[in-house]
Design a protein around this ligand. Structure first.
Ligand SMILES: [Zn+2]
Length: 218
């Protein structure tokens, strides 16, 4: 049984790294973001709350995260382990969580705020087909036009400097004490999240003695 918590600011590639580990090692990826996205797509009451909070550039409040994650953890549907993504976010949640579950490690993906800003502000969304673009990494042939459907590319409503600044502040304020708690218990392993995706994944696996990536994409 392998049990990890993954931490990292938005844009650090946390979801990608967690997804790669989960898919290959049969871990259940317990992502707060995915659960909330499901609610937004299915127009639930929780979904409406999440939409309002994100439009304001804030983080979804702790009680909501705690409720949703508590319900999800209660499923106990993992055979080989899990990777927690987006939880715990407060010291109280972390202490509560550690009373019921033991973990192998906290994977902390470190990325300076300046890099996060650069990457997040380069994100675009196609107003036609909904495809994600990035002016740094996945650039369209014609500026601001989707290669696939030729519609205009727009920024997401919450990808502006003000909203991002608020999210970053919120993230650091909230996670610093949680990280400190995990550090006292010697769970935390730091990784440089500015590296390419496969390099980070390789480093994580080397560190924890996990099988190396079977198929290395180019
Ligand atoms: Zn398009």
């Amino acid at each position: 049984m392998r049990k990890f918590v993954i931490m990292g600011v938005q844009g650090s590639g946390k979801g990608t790294q967690a997804g790669m580990l989960a898919a290959d090692l049969d871990l259940v990826h317990l992502s707060v973001g995915d659960i909330f996205r499901w609610h937004v797509q299915h127009h639930t009451k929780i979904g409406a709350q999440v939409r309002r909070t994100m439009a304001a550039g804030a983080m979804v409040d702790d009680a909501l995260v705690e409720g949703v994650m508590g319900d999800r953890l209660a499923w106990h549907d993992w055979n080989y382990g899990f990777i927690l993504d987006g939880f715990p976010r407060t010291v109280r949640q972390a202490e509560f969580f550690l009373e019921s579950y033991d973990i192998d490690a906290v994977i902390n993906l470190e990325m300076p705020d300046s890099v996060v800003r650069e990457r997040v502000l380069a994100r675009r969304l196609c107003s036609g087909c909904g495809l994600d673009w990035n002016l740094l990494a996945h650039r369209p042939k014609v500026p601001d036009v989707c290669d696939i459907c030729l519609s205009a590319l727009v920024a997401r409503e919450d990808d502006n400097l003000l909203a991002l600044g608020a999210r970053l502040r919120d993230y650091h304020d909230k996670t610093a004490p949680v990280l400190a708690l995990f550090e006292r218990k010697e769970f935390v392993a730091q990784f440089d999240a500015t590296q390419p995706v496969n390099a980070i994944q390789h480093e994580i696996r080397t560190r924890f003695g996990l099988p190396t990536l079977a198929t290395q994409s180019e």
